[in-house]
Design a protein around this ligand. Structure first.
Ligand code: F6P
Length: 467
């Protein structure tokens, strides 16, 4: 029952559940995305209890903007046509180049960051963009509604909205890890305080619950220590893998076809080390390749016997630092192939375009899954692989991934900066006894699916209602 929590639930996020492209004939093509929020929100109104939902998001491209202008949006979704320059400064300039870096600890501090006049200009755009969301939510929300604000793009929204609508219950869910105590103060004082404290607007006769996913250990202390308003409640809601969907989807024909093709490319009898990531700076793909190269260098017995399948999908390609990172990944994979490859063995199979069916095929055939982020809010890949694995898969997992909290016991833990130790972990995973691997995979899959998307979402509503 949702209505015991709220009659109306609003979700606010930068990227929405649907995106539009403009066809040559002038018509609009709508594509719906997946993910935990889409599944979670589908629970609202399902029981016929009269509860309703609305998703407020930004128009991201020309197709989206055109859909807004034509009033062609889908029911239950309101796209905000924020000025494209303001959006670019807020999304690329602040959210992905500053807040993402602070939360994931990505700066090379001898030279960066340097908060100059350009930063201040972009911060003003970030405020304008957050203000557009707060105004739209204030206008749309019914009395007493619940508003679930998502992620670092919108961290000023809860505080702004609280001022406009003291009657609302407001949560902020962070999909990233939360900056460690000494990192948030990297931001200029006024802005660091705003980013931490305004996230946590106070509720009427109680406090909102900024349901916090992300790095689970010590997170309460870090959030509250960073200057969140006194009385803010912090909760941890670790999104689980959607087992029913993944198991059904991974048995479909297109996945079977990819399995055949990938097996052929790997070659009979060879083991596989699989990784699937968006090419984000935090995913540590370069050190993963360095570790694989070290494995081949130090343990020649693996040459010709193992293939590293690395799917590194494009992400945030408007930013030069992301494009450069992707180029480094490509360069290193080529170097390894040139150094060790033979006529009938390619050590690294790197693909840089996104294909979900191909990823599922790789998940199914993985002997080892490599998930070694320098820091990660959760990492759903670590949870998905054990769920769809055909014959069990050893998981090499960074202890800096949020998922480590739940999966650590049955994974092989690595320090993501330690290339030698990661190479050793790959070896350990490759030689793991099949029986043990299968047993561990079962336990990993159980832990990975403990909080499926719908329960994850309803849990957050319940936490907000109980404050
Ligand atoms: O990888 C997860 C994540 O970084 C989330 O924290 C965030 O909401 C989302 O991706 C944003 O991705 P994009 O920049 O592609 O919209």
């Amino acid at each position: 029952m949702v209505s015991e929590h709220a009659a109306q639930v609003l979700v606010a996020s930068n990227r929405g559940p649907v995106s539009y492209t403009l066809r040559e004939d002038g018509s609009l093509d709508a594509r719906r995305g997946g993910g935990g929020l889409v599944s979670g929100l589908s629970a609202i109104g399902r029981d016929g209890d009269g509860a309703s939902s609305l998703w407020v998001c930004a128009a991201l491209g020309d197709g989206d903007r055109e859909a807004v202008r034509r009033g062609a949006g889908e029911p239950g979704v309101r796209m905000l046509d924020i000025d494209a320059g303001v959006h670019a400064d807020a999304y690329n300039g602040i959210a992905n180049s500053v807040l993402w870096f602070v939360h994931h600890m990505l700066y090379q501090t001898p030279l960066e960051p340097a908060f100059d006049a350009e930063f201040r200009r972009q911060w003003a755009a970030y405020e304008t963009y957050n203000r557009a969301f707060a105004d739209a939510l204030a206008a749309e929300a019914a009395p007493g509604a619940v508003v679930m604000v998502q992620d670092y793009h919108l961290c000023l929204v809860p505080g702004m909205l609280r001022e406009l609508r003291p009657d609302l219950r407001i949560g902020h869910f962070s999909h990233t890890p939360w900056a460690r105590r000494r990192l948030l103060p990297l931001l200029p004082d006024d802005i660091g305080a705003a980013a931490a404290a305004r996230t946590a607007g106070r509720g009427p006769g109680g406090v909102p619950d900024p349901a916090l996913g992300g790095h689970l250990r010590g997170v309460r202390g870090d959030v509250l220590g960073a200057g969140a308003l006194e009385g803010t409640a912090v909760g941890v809601h670790g999104l689980g893998a959607d087992a029913d969907f993944l198991r059904a989807r991974s048995q479909r024909q297109d996945v079977e076809e990819w399995l055949v093709r990938l097996r052929e490319r790997v070659g009979a009898g060879r083991r596989t080390v699989v990784r699937v990531d968006r090419t984000e700076l935090s995913k540590n793909i370069v050190r993963g390749l360095l570790a694989y190269r070290r494995l081949l260098t130090d343990r020649p017995e693996w040459r010709g016997q193992v293939v590293h399948i690395a799917f590194a999908y494009p992400s945030r390609q408007d930013l030069a630092v992301y494009r450069d990172y992707m180029a480094s990944v490509r360069r290193l994979a080529e170097e390894i192939n040139a150094e060790y490859g033979t006529d009938d063995w390619q050590p690294v199979l790197l693909e840089l375009d996104d294909d979900f069916a191909r990823s599922l095929a790789a998940y199914r055939m993985a002997d080892v899954a490599l998930v070694n982020p320098v820091r990660d809010g959760m990492n759903l890949v670590a949870k998905e692989v054990p769920v769809v694995s055909d014959e069990g898969c050893a998981l090499v997992l960074s202890r800096e991934a949020g998922a480590y909290e739940e999966l650590g016991e049955d994974a092989i833990a690595v320090n993501p900066y330690d290339v030698m130790a990661t190479a050793d972990a790959l070896h350990e995973a490759l030689v793991m006894d099949p029986q043990e691997r299968a047993e561990r995979t079962k336990r990993l899959a159980a832990a990975a699916t403990a909080l499926p998307p719908t329960a994850w979402f309803l849990d957050q509503l319940a936490a907000l209602a109980s404050e």
